[in-house]
Design a protein around this ligand. Structure first.
Ligand SMILES: NC(=O)c1ccc[n+]([C@@H]2O[C@H](COP(=O)([O-])OP(=O)(O)OC[C@H]3O[C@@H](n4cnc5c(N)ncnc54)[C@H](O)[C@@H]3O)[C@@H](O)[C@H]2O)c1
Length: 339
């Protein structure tokens, strides 16, 4: 039995808790949250995506308000870090140095310098550091990558990704809407698509972005072109300045030489393939969401199973670097290269 601790019991901490419960060799034995109210409120929560609404049973779980104390008193194998982004680096490094495997929520950290320190701590400890880029595990996005990699419908000519949300007003201490603690919508939300673009197409040579400042006082809506040596047109739009009634939508349209792939979370079972020749195909999509699949991957990895390499700390750091380049491009109104 592997013993897990969760750090930060907000929306994502509750989501991780829910996902760990389905693994027989995993026991969540300790939870740490600096705000006692969060530990007392065991009702489920709703963010801009569903999956953490269930009421939690915290009986038989040791509760802490301080991470160092939890690490000193508990014999853990791994922790999930689901604290606000500005705490990811210190919390992850402390846990790695204590000899634990770490699943840290995305974005890896507030800036790429902190990401490098986290990667170095993981290397030094010899422990696993997985960053929660759940879109790499999201069934429709997994299928799209498999189709692209298979070359079944030829090369990608163009692809566009969208991730749009109402303004997140529900976080602890309203930290989402403080750009200094969250990095704004580009680092918090749009990074999912920047990371997926990197996963599927590789690190772009440069980016060109436009964006607007929003309620976080950082860029809260952007449109980015990812520039490669070939002529494919890869773009992503993301942000959280939509009105409350809009809710949330993630979607993509991928134009291959011989087919078009589309998906939108706003419509059930929309993943569709429109071949140039022939009928539209609705492929079978495995049940479940990217959160459960990313946690399954982490659990298998720390259990010693041979898992495919889906996400490395270095790639997670590169995604933060891409967002930094996008922000620079907005500020300078010029292309920004990714070094
Ligand atoms: N993968 C995804 O799709 C996804 C979705 C939402 C959020 N996230 C990420 O997950 C992380 C958490 O976001 P959230 O929505 O759960 O936020 P949240 O505000 O709901 O929860 C954060 C929790 O951290 C606790 N906390 C604050 N300071 C702490 C400290 N020093 N020690 C321990 N606990 C502390 C807060 O009390 C709160 O319970 C963020 O990095 C966010 O970007 C990822």
């Amino acid at each position: 039995m592997l013993k897990i601790g969760i750090v930060g019991l907000g929306f994502m901490g509750k989501m991780h808790f829910r996902c760990y419960k389905s693994h027989k060799n995993i026991e969540v034995v300790a939870i740490c949250d600096a705000d006692l109210k969060q530990l007392k409120d065991t009702s489920g929560v709703k963010g801009n995506i569903s999956g953490a609404e269930e009421k939690l049973d915290l009986s038989n779980i040791s509760l802490y308000s301080d991470l160092s104390k939890m690490l000193a008193e508990e014999k853990l194998d791994a922790v999930s870090i689901a604290t606000p982004t500005f705490l990811h680096a210190t919390h992850s490094i402390e846990a790695l140095e204590a000899g634990l495997h770490v699943l840290c929520e995305k974005p890896m950290a507030l800036n790429s310098a902190d990401c490098l320190k986290m990667s170095a701590a993981a290397k030094h400890s010899g422990k696993i550091l997985q960053v929660g880029h759940c879109i790499r595990f999201w069934p429709e996005y997994v299928q799209a990558k498999e189709i692209i990699d298979s070359q079944k419908y030829g090369n990608v000519l163009a692809a566009t990704f969208q991730r749009l949300s109402l303004t997140p007003t529900w976080s602890w201490d309203n930290w989402f809407l403080d750009g200094n603690r969250s990095g704004g919508a580009m680092l918090d939300l749009h990074i999912h698509d920047a990371d997926y673009v990197q996963y599927v197409f590789g690190t772009p040579k440069a980016v060109f972005s436009q964006g607007v400042l929003g309620p976080s006082q950082d860029y809260d809506h952007c449109h980015t072109q990812y520039l490669y040596d070939n002529e494919s047109v890869i773009t992503a739009e993301g942000g959280w300045i939509m009105s409350p009634g809009f809710g949330f939508e993630m979607s993509f349209k991928i134009m291959l030489e011989e087919a078009t792939l589309i998906y939108s979370s706003a419509q059930e079972a929309t993943f569709r393939i429109y071949p140039k020749d022939g009928e539209m195909v609705k492929p079978d999509i495995p049940e479940g969401d990217g959160y459960s699949f990313e946690i399954k991957h982490f659990v298998e990895h720390i259990s010693g199973k041979n898992v495919p390499s889906v996400i490395t700390p270095e790639q997670s750091a590169d995604s933060v670097k891409i967002i930094e380049a996008e922000k620079e491009s907005i500020r300078t109104m010029e292309k920004s290269s990714i070094s």
